[in-house]
Design a protein around this ligand. Structure first.
Ligand SMILES: [Fe+2]
Length: 184
């Protein structure tokens, strides 16, 4: 199975100047087990951060995807990434480490969430995002097959800030997997 990292060997950059983001994030991640209470705290923290820190300075847009700009990585695995998007930019269908938090800072997005099913995957939720919004998902520890989704940028430009409990590039892609129409 292909992995997300196959798409980003040359496109992920490390951006200095955002150390205070990780300094605020790490005490939350170290406060206990990864559960909904921690997820809510991370969500609020990132929403507060993007309210006060415009991400519009990240303008390294790319045509055939979205740019990933690391603003922090911790040896425990936790990482924070600002993504810069242009209209039509779309992720693969992909899954995540145990914790995946994604906060839409500006612009408009379509989020499609999938679940595994007999013979492939099926679309279980479709969400249009037009304002600052924080989402997160908690899955199984040590796995990268949690929370399957695809994000598409709908506005001219857009930015999002993503927090993961481990190197998100290790996650698999599902683009070759059949999308089964739900019978519900
Ligand atoms: Fe994702």
């Amino acid at each position: 199975m292909q992995k997300i990292q196959d798409d980003f060997a040359l496109q992920s950059t490390i951006v200095p100047g955002y150390e205070n983001f990780m300094q605020g994030l790490m005490p939350i991640t170290q406060s206990g087990v990864i559960d909904t209470a921690m997820g809510e705290r991370i969500k609020q923290y990132v929403l507060d951060y993007v309210r006060h820190t415009p991400l519009t300075g990240f303008n390294n847009y790319v045509d055939n995807g979205y740019s990933r700009n690391y603003i922090g990585r911790d040896r425990s695995g936790w990482e924070a990434i600002v993504m810069a998007w242009r209209s039509g930019n779309r992720t693969s269908i992909h899954s995540h480490p145990q914790f995946a938090g994604y906060t839409f800072a500006d612009g408009e997005f379509l989020v499609e969430i999938f679940e595994p099913c007999e013979g492939g995957i099926q679309l279980v939720k479709r969400l249009e995002v037009c304002e600052q919004t924080g989402l997160y998902a908690i899955g199984e520890a040590g796995k990268f097959t949690n929370h399957i989704h695809r994000i598409t940028c709908l506005s001219a430009t857009a930015h999002s800030l993503h927090v993961y409990s481990d190197d998100a590039l290790k996650g698999p892609k599902y683009d070759d997997m059949p999308v089964i129409q739900s019978s519900r």
